[in-house]
Design a protein around this ligand. Structure first.
Ligand code: NDP
Length: 261
């Protein structure tokens, strides 16, 4: 598998799954454009990547994915900087407010709206800009013009009690990937989703109370009996971005240690 010569945009790459996806893309020879909302976190992520890989291969931009103008500027600047965009990982996302469970009947409009804006609208804004950029690419020997990977969740294939708003967004980004796979397949653009189970990242570390216990229980009762780590998600993400996955589109790839088996 190689991503040599490809330019990949990755949102939410300051930590966790996004940071490991960025590392894997660089390891496979790609140039990357990373973003996140918090400039200090993003600077730390950039530093971690630039410690091993050439800084010229990494464009780093503070972007809040809930801001559609900022998202489209980020993708346009990526194309201006590197010349083209071949792949994208729509990974930026939030968990429940305060890291606690949020039963639907007591969920505030604000918590709902915030989740939708970040985890769903953020992915929509990004996909729209990414497709616009990819349509300008020359098609390769397989007719491929680009590959998009939306980061969903185990909560995107099962219900997630205490996080119904989160689960709803994660089902929705699978729907976006599957719809775009159908809309854009004839233009050589593939779109897939990756559904991680419980992965040891700052998002999971930040869970408290019932949610924390619930996540630990899902990990312990998974077939492999443990949490995954972000690097274990990065391989499938890079594979889907690569030409090795040239006939794979509209799918959801589960990386959950057998939690859904
Ligand atoms: P992290 O909290 O480590 O990473 C989340 C990333 O998203 C950070 O880089 C954060 O940036 C960024 N982000 C959040 N909100 C915004 C925003 N409005 N604009 C731009 N960037 C933003 O968590 P994970 O690595 O665990 O999560 C990554 C993805 O994986 C999420 O979509 C999550 O839902 C999904 N996932 C995670 C699972 C897990 O068990 N960890 C399981 C299933 C799915 P900043 O530093 O600026 O806040």
């Amino acid at each position: 598998m190689s991503l040599k010569g490809k330019v990949i945009a990755i949102s939410g790459a300051s930590s966790g799954i996004g940071l490991e996806a960025a590392r894997e893309c660089l390891a496979q020879g790609a140039q990357i454009s990373i973003c996140s909302r918090n400039s200090n976190n993003l600077a730390k992520g950039f530093k971690a990547l630039a410690a091993t890989y050439p800084r010229e291969s990494i464009l780093s931009t503070v972007v809040d994915v809930t801001d559609s103008t900022a998202v489209s500027s980020w993708i346009e600047n990526t194309v201006t900087h590197f010349g083209h965009l071949d792949g994208a990982v729509n990974n930026a996302g939030i968990g429940t407010e305060g890291g606690a469970t949020a039963p639907l009947m007591s969920m505030s409009n604000e918590a709902w709206d915030n989740m939708i804006k970040t985890n769903l609208s953020g992915v929509f804004y990004a996909m729209r800009s990414e497709i616009t950029a990819m349509l300008k690419n020359e098609r390769d020997a397989n007719g491929s013009a680009g590959s998009i990977v939306n980061i969903s969740s185990l909560g995107g294939i099962l219900g997630f009690p205490g996080a119904s708003h989160y689960s709803a967004t994660k089902w929705a980004v699978i729907g976006l990937a599957r719809s775009v796979a159908k809309e854009m397949g004839r233009h050589g653009i593939r779109a897939n989703a990756v559904c991680p189970g419980v992965i040891d990242t700052p998002m999971v570390e930040g869970a408290v109370g019932d949610l924390s216990e619930g996540l630990r229980s899902v990990a312990e009762t998974s077939s492999l009996g443990r949490m995954g780590n972000a690097a274990e998600c990065a391989g499938i993400i890079a594979f889907l971005l690569s030409d090795k996955a040239s006939y794979i589109t509209g799918t959801s790839q589960v990386v959950d240690g057998g939690s859904s088996a």
